[in-house]
Design a protein around this ligand. Structure first.
Ligand code: PGA
Length: 248
């Protein structure tokens, strides 16, 4: 059985005090949830959130660089993320692929480095609207999945989380149907099975992301292949994110 994992991607939102306030509420509300709960605040709020000594809510970052240290102005290393309590890191989000030109190889290097440091990567894959209309959804997600997992070993793969996020559904209010997302996620799992074997693929958690809200989360979580969600906008509200985690 795969433990469901629901993560909040706060993107470029929340000051330190706002972050602390939001996480305190989540920690109190979600204590008894069977779901693994992760929040990914901006870098500036990580250490203050870590200092709260959370027991239920886990901490993740939204990005990192794949070098240990050095002259990389503006970048953050895996050891720095460990230092402020990060157990997860989102990698290859479509916004980073689009605005910062992150390639599959770049994402693959970061994923391998994160695992080397004991940080679990949440690797994002997903097609654009044009790609979907051209019938290329499977091709795109298979290529991105294989690309991102290029340096991962069979011993590491169970610690990887994949987030399937159709780009046209991110922040738009449009969502994939549960069935559609389930089919694409099944294809991602089959790709992992091709690379690492079915037993390993069955251990990997694959999330859906893209306009997840309290009103539609159950549709996704009820699908057999879908193990959780990566939530953007709705994770900024304690009420909404709590309802999403308590989807049953
Ligand atoms: P959204 O974002 O929930 O606001 O659509 C999801 C994401 O980008 O991870």
């Amino acid at each position: 059985m795969r433990t469901p994992i629901i993560a909040g991607n706060w993107k470029m939102h929340k000051t330190v005090s706002e972050a602390v306030e939001l996480v305190r509420k989540l920690e109190a509300e979600l204590q008894d949830s069977p779901v693994e709960v992760v929040v990914c605040p901006p870098f500036t709020a990580l250490s203050a959130v870590f200092a709260l000594g959370l027991s239920k809510v886990k901490l993740g970052a939204q990005n990192m660089y794949h070098e240990e240290q050095g002259a990389y102005t503006g970048e953050i290393s895996p050891a720095m993320l460990k230092d402020v309590g990060c157990q997860y890191v989102i990698l290859g989000h479509s916004e980073r692929r689009e605005y910062f030109k992150e390639s599959d190889v770049f994402v693959a290097k970061k994923a391998a480095k994160a695992l080397e440091h004991g940080i679990k990567p949440i690797i994002c894959v997903g097609e654009s609207l044009d790609e979907r209309r051209a019938g290329k959804t499977f091709d795109v997600v298979v290529t991105q999945t294989k690309g991102a997992l290029a340096y991962i070993t069979p011993e590491q793969i169970a610690d990887v989380v994949i987030a399937y996020e159709p780009i046209w559904a991110i922040g738009t209010g449009e969502t994939s149907t549960g069935e559609d997302a389930n089919e694409v996620i099944g294809k991602i799992r089959a790709t992992i099975a091709e690379l690492f074997g079915q037993d390993k693929a069955d251990q990997v958690r694959i999330q859906y992301g893209g306009s997840v809200k309290p009103g539609n989360i159950a549709e996704f979580m009820n699908q057999p292949e879908i193990d959780g969600a990566l939530v953007g906008g709705a994770s900024l509200s304690a009420d909404d994110f709590t309802k999403i985690v308590q989807y049953e």
